[in-house]
Each structure stands twice: as C-alpha cells, then as structure tokens.
Design a protein around this ligand. Sequence first.
Ligand code: MN
Length: 428
Amino acid sequence: MTPFLDLPADSGFGLHNLPYGVFSTRAEPPRCGVRIGDHVVDLAVLESHGVVGVAGAGRQPVFNAGSLNRFMALGPDTWHAVRSHLQELLSVEGSPALRESETLRQRAIVPLADVTMHLPAEIGDYTDFYSSRQHATNVGSMFRDPDNALLPNWLHLPVGYHGRASSVVVSGTDVTRPSGQQKPDDDAPPVFGPSKLLDMELELGFFVGPGNALGEPIPMAQAGRHIFGFVLVNDWSARDIQKWEYVPLGPFLGKSFATSISPWVVPAAALAPFRVEGEAQDETAGNPEPLPYLRQAEPRALDLDLAVALETEAMREAGTPPEVVARSNATNLYWSPEQQLVHHTVNGCNARPGDLMASGTISGEAPGSYGSFLELSWRGTRPLDLPGGETRTFLRDGDRVVISGEAVRDGRRVSLGEVSGTIRPTAS
Ligand code: MN
C-alpha cells in the first residue's frame, strides 16, 4: 500500500498506523479524525458524504461527535471494516472516492498544523496499574526492603488502583504544581504547601471498546475484542503528598491533580505486528503461574520503544532541544493489557466504552531506562545532569516533560506520537 498523500520520510503515521483522535479547527468544533503523516482526515466529513459509514449505527453520526466513544463501543468487527476502508481510501491503489475528488479532498483533509487536539474520549473511569516488575522492585527497594522488594501479591495479580478521570488532560495542557499535606520530618507534625517532589511516570494506556455488563467478567479469550487502542500516558505524581497520604488505602491527591495522555489513539490492530513473548509466567523463569483466569496463550508483550525527554525553562530560552533522560520499552511490562482488563472485571466490575487503563510506570533494568524521576534520581540522591550545567532530582516550575513512543519492525514504523506537559507554579 502506498499513500496518495505526501508523507515525511520514515513517518510513523503511515497507512499501517492510522490513529484516531478528536480535533477542531478555527472554523469547526471538535469531531473525529484519523491521522496520516502530517494530515488529519476529517471523518465527520467522510461520514456526511457517505464515503465512510458504519453499518448498524442508525441515524446517529458516529464520527461527527466530540469523542470517539460511539465508535469505540461498536467493537472490533466495525473497527476492522472502517480501518480497511480508510486504508483503501488513502492509498494510491485503492478506492478513488477521496483521492480523485478534489472537492472532497479540500473539505476532508486538514493540515495537522491547523488543528487543535482534544481528549479522544469522554473518560468515565480511569484505572492505573503497577505492571512493570523493575518499577515495583525499585520502589519496594527504596521504601521498604531491597531483599523483599516485591510484595507477595505482585506476581499473582496486576496490582492497580482507581484513578481520577476528571483530571485526565490531553497533551500540551499545562500542569499546575499541586499543594497538599507533606511530612518531611518524621518527628514533626505534617506541613501544607506546594509539592517539592513533583514527578512524572512513563506509562502506556489503552481505551476500552465495548464494555461488559455488571456482574459478567470479561474472559481472557474475549479480552482482545474489548481493547480499542493505545495512548502514551504521563501519570504525574507528587511523591511527598503520596508518601504521607497513601497508608492504608493507596494513592489519592498525590496522583489525582493531573494525568496527561497523547491525543492519537493507535488502533490495537496497528500494534498487533509488534506483539512478542513476554517474560515467562511459569517455573521456567522462576515465576508462579497465574491462576487460570489470568493465563494468556498468545504473546503478551508489546515491543514499543519509549523515551522521556526534559526541557527546562533555561534550555527553552537557550534554544536547547529537550534532553532524553530515559529510554524504556513496553516489553518491560510483566502484566499485559488483556490481563489488566480481565483482572479488572473478574469481580463483575463493569468496564465501559472510553474507560482508560494505564500500565503503571514502565522501567527497565538499566538505570537509564527508569520511567520516573523518583527512580532516575534514586529518591533524590543522584541528581541528573542536564545541558547548560543544570541538574534535576524532581521537576521544577517551567519544566516540560515529553514522552514519546514508536514501534519499528521489518520496515514498518508505527508511532504513538508524544504526550507533553509543562509545570506551572502553584496557583496562589
Ligand atoms: Mn502511575
């Protein structure tokens, strides 16, 4: 397949990707689109012209909407039909309906530079997991016991907590430094003020497609049919607030002030060629075999390169590009998206279209692959050197964090784009 539009060389947004998002222009309100190269194809226009249709959707538009929820709810048979049709419409070899209609091209194809991106979905619920073994080991070593870093449940279930959906924001949204209770001195009462240990977390998230009825778990054999696509997630974390508040019920205000996601949802089908075997979940790798409901036959892991870059205010003023401070890979996740979803619903909890589930911080074994400043600076004891002579342990006001992700294999390149956010001072 060759796209009929001009794409930058080595674009990770070719016909093998075609991620979905919600965009607006100066003239038009938010609606659904698909990205190819540095163009956005307006699916609401294609839908209104009858060029792209969704069987069984009735009279209600699916793409002329401010979120992808309706499309997400329709399930994998519809997703695959629309994706194949879009690949036809956007290729040199395929259907001429768009390619050879100048009127339609002018209406439906928008330069990426002219659009504003919005949250891709109305997120009813957001859940954050803790699925990277190295991250859990690092945190356990720092805060508990290096010899027993993993808690006894960790290898038996995907540990997670219910996050806050209302504060999930799209890439580019500024993040205000939160205030809260902290207890910097073990022998003194708590204090209140702006967080001094503001951090980020490198994560991979997925959107739920069709949900499940309350009381009816999603079995492993069906889990893939409920996963619409993937985004990059920065789960901002205030470590000082978190450390004082989390006992005994877990993360709360140290997490809920903001979570940033990338705007383009990469279809699960686009990442299917990058599935690889994960770490064996049995005695061959010295791991306990999961209980039957969590066992997954097909390759669990995703070979997806991930990077965290930091740009300070001084770097920005000097014109210095963001400095990569960590490189990781999604294969560092022990628990897969399917295992997370199956575990989440095994008690009968209902997932709904547009729910967001994130992996937890993705850290590898090498120190340069840690997915948080907590780990990169080892709890603030090893400052990172930055261009211009600056150092960082945790984030300062004006810092901009950029997470990017891309899968590359056999000449096929699928990008997840990036999620960025700049730290603003505490509101006074
Ligand atoms: Mn997290």
